[in-house]
Design a protein around this ligand. Structure first.
Ligand code: S3P
Length: 170
């Protein structure tokens, strides 16, 4: 089984992915890490040098590579916040038969969580813009197989709920 964690910036895809991987003993991968390794530069550098268009091309190439090599073992993959909102990517994901989990929270909570992290996010500016982008992407996220509300919950609690909804919970 291949499980993809999707949702907006700050949804907890990476931290929940790690917690779930520990809990289930499944391998974990972060799509952004694969992009950086393939491109030999950081996400921030890709945005600065190739723009969002260049980043999206690199993202689709990395996703396609990941899905092609992911059939052997059960795994959990955290996608970057924009990946599941791109039509090319959703087609690749559908064809791969992956289970997609949408980690949800309000824009205010997501914005606040991002502000607590040291990581630079090229698409996080003011709250207003953040909220507008989130609203534009929400219809795409809602096409996931499952939605988990993460508002006010710990990473451990969300990981438990994801495991439950996959039917592998203890
Ligand atoms: C992006 C989110 C980031 C990263 C890139 C673009 C987006 O990942 O992929 O900066 O378009 O929302 P996180 O969701 O892990 O922050």
């Amino acid at each position: 089984m291949l499980v993809l964690l999707v949702g907006f910036m700050g949804a907890g895809k990476t931290s929940v992915g790690h917690a779930l991987s520990d809990r289930l003993g499944w391998r974990y991968e972060d799509l952004d890490d694969r992009i950086e390794a393939r491109e030999q530069r950081s996400i921030q550098q890709i945005f600065a040098e190739a723009g969002e268009t260049g980043f999206r091309q690199a993202e689709t190439a990395a996703l396609s590579e990941l899905l092609a090599g992911s059939q052997a073992m059960p795994g959990i993959v955290a996608l970057g916040g924009g990946a599941f909102a791109q039509r090319d990517n959703t087609e690749l994901i559908e064809n791969a038969g992956a289970t997609v989990i949408f980690l949800d929270a309000t824009a205010e909570e997501l914005f606040r969580r991002c502000g607590q992290e040291a990581r630079v996010r090229p698409l996080r500016h003011g709250l207003q813009e953040f909220r507008e982008l989130y609203d534009r992407r929400r219809p795409a996220y809602l096409k996931a197989s499952h939605r988990i509300d993460t508002q006010g919950k710990s990473v451990k609690q969300v990981a438990r709920e994801v495991a439950c909804c996959l039917g592998v919970g203890k």
